[in-house]
Design a protein around this ligand. Structure first.
Ligand SMILES: Cc1ncc(COP(=O)(O)O)c(C=O)c1O
Length: 476
């Protein structure tokens, strides 16, 4: 059965739920019999019938021996890894496992200035201290590019004792770092290359996309399968090369995951892998073609610009960034108009841009509708656009995030916080990139930036108005 179905987890669930077993086990709804009708409508009777877990035949994510082991090996093969671990709490947990599973207290790890917030927990758990790497910036489009090869070279010279380099590649806007060159430099320096590839689970399926982290030589790569491919939200995979201590990474992953992983989520990863194995190249290359057409059409619309690859950084064409400055609108204003008046929802907006994700689920008709909606965007009256000017320094955090987490703290007015050590995370969401991490010295330019952007949705900070900020109770 498993062979015919070729999605071993889904096959095992189907077999168990059809076996006529009297269930005296979790989940409490007992294969849907006790479920409220709303839940039945939501997940369907069949979905609930198969929502079973923890039986021997369904394997154990924490010590996989049968169907989960088989599904993970099939994924490893497809994504060019030696091993794969499935995650039911997204790349957030996978990134935490990457750091927790490879570093220890006192170790130094290089991270980009715009790393995702999931890095913070990894740093607190491991006790490692970050070295912040500057990210190149595109002035015309007002958006972050990636970390350059030159920056990595300089950083390795400045901190040769660092144990690892973690990069986000591609970033939210699809801009990839030159991972092949960086991999050679990092490995020659005896460091690990760890990639947050949350936005890159599809890269390996089309030659026109930037090279995937595993193929470029990275040691670990965490991918949000759910973001771009066909698994359910919350599901991710960690791709592993044997160059790391695999057992330690597995232990870290296991410590961070629930003991009751939802089998529907696991099956969705297995089925997403099957879908890519069967048809990945055709589907992903078709999405790239659609994205190219979309870019071409956007360029014809007065006031709009579409972002293309720039020197030294490959671009994932399926991330279509549209700059709306020429219309006198901010990205946030344009997003609201599109959502409210034109029933189009983008992935994210920033001060100057809208980001549209084109996936294998899209077709020419939907692209046409998007183009028509973009043509209807009105003119606004904005003249000046502010860029998020983050530090260009390669700098070591003042305190490790773990020391910061356990330090006495005080709350001070934001304006008076310059020069103090930040004791909390300040992140605007989306995109979930911390402007300040615990342990970082607060720079005047970051305070200015927070003051400008504080109308955005904030996570991490205790005072959501951002008039005050938590700092470590000592001066540096
Ligand atoms: C760069 C990056 N890393 C990690 C994550 C976390 O991924 P997930 O939502 O799958 O937990 C995100 C989410 O947006 C992200 O943008």
């Amino acid at each position: 059965m498993a062979k015919k179905f070729s999605a071993p987890i889904a096959a095992a669930m189907q077999k168990y739920s059809s076996d006529g077993v009297l269930p005296f086990h979790t989940p409490g709804h007992k294969q849907g019999r006790g479920a409220h009708e709303f839940l039945r409508e939501l997940l369907t009777a069949e979905g609930l019938r198969q929502e079973v877990s923890l039986m021997e035949e369904l394997d154990d994510l924490h010590a996989p021996q049968t169907c989960i082991k088989e599904a993970q090996s099939l994924a490893a093969k497809l994504w060019h890894a030696d091993e794969t671990i499935f995650f039911v709490n997204g790349t957030t947990s996978a990134v935490q496992a990457i750091i927790f599973g490879t570093l220890k207290a006192g170790d130094l790890i290089m991270i980009p200035r715009n790393a995702h917030r999931s890095v913070i927990a990894g740093l607190i758990l491991s006790g490692a201290t970050p070295i912040f790497l500057p990210v190149e910036f595109d002035e015309e489009f007002n958006l972050p590019l990636n970390v350059s090869v030159e920056t990595i070279e300089r950083a390795i010279k400045k901190f040769p004792q660092a144990k690892a380099v973690l990069l986000v590649s591609p970033n939210y806007y699809g801009v990839a770092a030159d991972l092949e060159k960086i991999s050679r430099l990092v490995h020659a320096a005896g460091m690990l290359l760890l990639i947050d590839e949350a936005h890159g689970a599809h890269l390996t399926f089309c030659d026109e996309l930037p090279i995937s982290a595993m193929e470029a030589g990275a040691d670990l790569a965490a991918q949000s399968t759910h973001k771009i491919l066909g698994s359910l939200t919350q599901t991710s995979m960690l791709m592993i090369k044997k160059s790391v201590d695999v057992e330690r990474v597995k232990m870290a992953a296991s410590l961070l995951q629930t003991t009751s992983p939802n089998q529907l989520l696991l099956a969705s990863l297995d089925i997403a892998r099957l879908q890519m194995e069967l048809d990945g190249q055709k589907k992903i290359c078709a999405a790239v073609e659609l994205s190219k057409k979309l870019r071409g059409e956007i360029k014809k619309i007065h006031g709009l610009k579409a972002f293309d690859a720039v020197k030294n950084f490959a671009l994932d064409a399926t991330k279509v960034t549209v700059n709306v400055q020429g219309l006198g609108l901010t990205g946030q204003e344009a997003e609201k108009i599109l959502r409210r008046d034109l029933k189009v929802q983008c992935e994210l907006s920033d001060a100057a841009n809208l980001l549209f994700l084109i996936t294998y689920a899209d077709d020419a008709e939907i692209i046409f509708k998007l183009v028509e909606a973009l043509k209807l965007l009105p003119r606004g009256s904005r003249e000046k656009f502010l860029s998020p000017s983050l530090s260009a320094e390669i700098s070591l955090a003042e305190l490790s995030p773990r020391e910061t987490f356990y330090s006495p703290v005080e709350v001070v007015p934001l304006k008076k916080s310059v020069g103090r050590i930040c004791a909390e995370e300040i992140t605007f969401y989306p995109p979930g990139i911390p402007l300040l991490m615990p342990g970082e010295k607060i720079a005047a330019q970051v305070v200015e930036l927070i003051e400008r952007e504080k109308f955005l949705r904030v996570i991490g900070a205790v005072d959501k108005t951002l008039s005050t900020i938590k700092v470590v109770n000592r001066f540096v």
